[in-house]
Design a protein around this ligand. Structure first.
Ligand SMILES: NC(=O)c1ccc[n+]([C@@H]2O[C@H](COP(=O)([O-])OP(=O)(O)OC[C@H]3O[C@@H](n4cnc5c(N)ncnc54)[C@H](OP(=O)(O)O)[C@@H]3O)[C@@H](O)[C@H]2O)c1
Length: 240
């Protein structure tokens, strides 16, 4: 996949991993469209980017997803890459809460249902492009449970299964590439309550995604995730 001259929508592009990806691709000569809920945060992020615009909206809300997709198609019809990066996570202990099901519902809605719906909204448009990309940001959490993120991992595992199914569905459609980016612990506000300061910088995720795009490498495990992805791939190769 070419890494310049694209028009790229990045959900959650005003901070953390999304902003790092926006900065990298903006510097490479792509147009970037960043999204987030907080307008001030978006405005601040735009000062760090060139050839960039923002679309405010909460992707966990169905009406916002429809509005954002309509805005993209009407005002940025060149959009050919969608990076589904915005996510939700609650750090807590199952022994210290009585509403884990409510937290799980919010996480599942943002990390899984919203991505499926937004993809459905944008897919017909993307399929009109010479080459289009959908990149979903999952997590190292796909590969195991975390005591302090007890309901988050399953949402990213669900996103992983969906992403693989989407890739398989369109594998004969030469103009659609489906990527999955699996960050390990990354030093962002998102991970602050689970020791995120020990994580890798978000720029490392952006760098790995860029290399993956250059190589049409659809699975993008980053940092520590590589050893888990390799172990799973080896185990599967032995039974298939
Ligand atoms: N940090 C980690 O250790 C880590 C590890 C593995 C995977 N991930 C995944 O990486 C993704 C990005 O995480 P991050 O660490 O970069 O988080 P972050 O630094 O907190 O940034 C999150 C971004 O998403 C936006 N956002 C959050 N909820 C949104 C919503 N409902 N609709 C639209 N925008 C929304 C935020 O802006 P507003 O708040 O203004 O909306 C912000 O721009 C998430 O999917 C996360 O699960 C993170």
């Amino acid at each position: 996949m070419k890494t310049t001259g694209n028009t790229i929508f990045i959900s959650g592009g005003s901070a953390g991993i999304g902003l790092a990806i926006a900065q990298k691709f903006s510097a490479l000569g792509n147009k970037v469209i960043i999204n987030g809920r907080n307008t001030e945060r978006l405005e601040k992020a735009l000062t760090k980017l060139s050839n960039a615009v923002a679309i405010q909206g909460d992707l966990s809300i169905e009406a916002d997803r429809i509005r954002i997709a309509e805005d993209l198609k009407a005002n940025h019809p060149d959009v050919n890459m969608i990076i589904n990066n915005a996510g939700a996570a609650f750090g807590y202990l199952l022994s210290e809460t009585t509403n884990a099901h409510k937290k799980a519902e919010i996480e599942m809605n943002t990390n899984y249902i919203a991505v499926i719906h937004f993809t459905e909204l944008m897919l017909p448009h993307l399929l009109t492009k010479d080459v289009a990309v959908i990149a979903n940001v999952s997590s190292l959490a796909v590969f195991g449970s975390h005591k302090f993120l007890p309901t988050y991992g399953a949402t990213k595992a669900a996103l992983h299964c969906y992403t693989v199914a989407l890739r398989m569905t369109y594998e004969d459609t030469k103009n659609l590439q489906v990527y999955e980016i699996y960050p390990p612990l990354v030093n962002t506000a998102f991970s602050a309550e689970i020791g995120g300061e020990n994580g890798i910088p978000p720029e490392e995720v952006a760098d790995e995604f860029l290399i993956a795009l250059e190589n049409n490498q659809f699975e993008v495990p980053v940092g520590e995730t590589k050893k888990y992805a390799a172990a799973v791939a080896e185990a599967i190769s032995k039974i298939s």
